[in-house]
Write a protein that binds this ligand. Sequence first.
Ligand code: IMP
Length: 169
Amino acid sequence: MNLFIAESEILEKVKILADKISDDYANKEVVLLGVLKGSFPFLSDLGKALTIPVKVDFIQVRSYRGTNTSGNVELIKQPDATLVKNKNVILVEDIVDTGLTLEFILDYVKKLHPSSVAVATLLYKKEKANIPPDYYAIEIADHFVVGYGMDLDEQYRTLRDIYTIDPVE
Ligand code: IMP
């Protein structure tokens, strides 16, 4: 496991992103909709760095991945539909890899009639993703990473920094 992005750099980049979102959403009713489980540290730091008031809710999905690229995504925790309706929803993700998870969640959330939906992700694997997020803090190459919410078999989520790891280690 190798240190990849230190907490200080993460917080610097999250602050820059939070300033941009605060400008773009001034005077709007905003709901940060965190995608569990990986988004919890990012949602917390982003939320604290915003200068606008927001509400918070969560959604959880489970992805099944075979050896081929077509993953299958299932909803396991719904957000509060009344909180989302007619609000400006910002989906908060830890990492956009292929974008399949996001595609599924965007389809689902749009059916709840928000005024708008945008995506804010901490990490963005640009080479692989087929949906560009509206906001991202840090663009990375195609590494498997853990820490700051992200896991390998449910381990490492509470680490302060982000590490690269070989999934067969
Ligand atoms: P996607 O559907 O391929 O975009 O994958 C998104 C989800 O897969 C993320 O929300 C993570 O839960 C997980 N994921 C993708 N890449 C990584 C990684 O490098 N480390 C840990 N989790 C990852």
